[in-house]
Design a protein around this ligand. Structure first.
Ligand code: GDP
Length: 295
């Protein structure tokens, strides 16, 4: 993951690491390289530009040119700034509801259903919760089946009403079912489309309003680069979601989404998906991700 960016930053810092003494020109050249690397990784232009400007300001403020190890100081400044850009601290999931209702949103293929299963499994095994998965995709019977397969794999009940074409009702009935059966987390998997469209947005907005989730999570495929940021913005405008799930980080992704999303929608990335298996879920650690990017 992030090999490209990491390699490029390594190269960019090489010149600084190798020299005891650096000049303002070195710093400017290196930051130019950092910016190019960020752009290559699909980071939004303005974010990359502001990013390097901030690092430069700090570097000058900290008198980077006169320190004993200017390269290391600059690496630290870049790492700290990357961490900040991706959210600073680790963000938790609000589990205060009774039951806690979590609404999953995102495009078809983003990994919503898979992640719903992973989250249910995580909450069951790591947080001792009793989750219920809810199939609210009324258009694709295959999506309902897929959630049942996932539920069977992890031993979590799946609520569905294959004959009901009203997702609001299904979600509300599922919450009643959870209450009646002592299940304390309800994870609602919704219908996605291949691209943002009005009907999908209206539908998920109706479900959101009716069930008032403690957590609305937006699932996005990290392989989709700049598009991930645009989709995040569209969903956030409608749902004002609480957090982002970045899936498929095990793939050949360049990481631009992780860097840009927080800045554009100002919402934390909470979890990442790192594979197709139910265990392939990680809490998102901004600092770890920044370290990984820097290599
Ligand atoms: P949905 O349409 O949003 O519900 O997406 P799915 O959950 O059906 O996922 C679409 C495809 O992506 C499936 O083939 C999943 O196995 C795969 N997938 C989901 N999450 C990940 C992940 O983190 N890594 C990888 N490699 N594949 C994933």
């Amino acid at each position: 993951m992030f090999d490209n960016l990491s390699d490029k930053l390594d190269k960019a810092f090489h010149i600084l690491k190798g020299h005891g003494k650096i000049t303002e020109v070195n710093v400017a050249d290196t930051l130019k390289e950092v910016r190019r690397a960020l752009l290559d990784a699909d980071v939004n232009f303005k974010i990359a530009k502001d990013f390097t400007a901030r690092v430069k300001e700090k570097a000058i403020g900290q008198d980077v040119l006169t320190t004993l190890q200017p390269g290391q100081l600059l690496v630290k400044l870049v790492k700290d700034e990357l961490t900040e850009l991706m959210g600073g601290d680790v963000a938790g999931v609000n589990l205060s509801g009774n039951p806690t209702v979590i609404l999953m949103s995102g495009l078809q293929g983003s990994g919503k259903t898979t992640f719903s299963g992973k989250l249910a499994n995580f909450l069951k095994t790591k947080k001792n919760k009793k989750p219920l998965l809810v199939a609210c995709d009324i258009y694709r019977p295959a999506a309902i089946n897929q959630l049942h397969v996932v539920g069977d794999q992890i031993g979590v009940e799946v609520y569905s009403e294959p004959e009901n074409k009203n997702p609001v009702e299904i979600a509300q009935n599922a919450i009643k079912h959870a209450k009646a059966n002592g299940l304390n987390v309800v994870i609602v998997d919704t219908a996605g489309r291949l691209a943002v469209d009005q009907e999908m947005m209206d539908e998920i907005a109706r479900v959101h309003k009716a069930i008032q989730p403690q957590e609305t999570l937006f699932v996005v495929d990290s392989m989709t680069g700049q598009d991930a940021v645009n989709t995040a913005k569209a969903f956030n405008d409608i749902l004002n979601f609480d957090g982002v799930i970045l899936t498929k980080l095990d793939g050949d992704t360049r990481g631009g989404a992780a860097l840009s999303i927080k800045s554009i929608v100002n919402k934390p990335i909470k979890f990442v998906g790192t594979g197709e298996k139910m265990e392939a879920i990680d809490v998102f650690y901004p600092e770890r991700m920044a370290e990984r990017i820097l290599g």
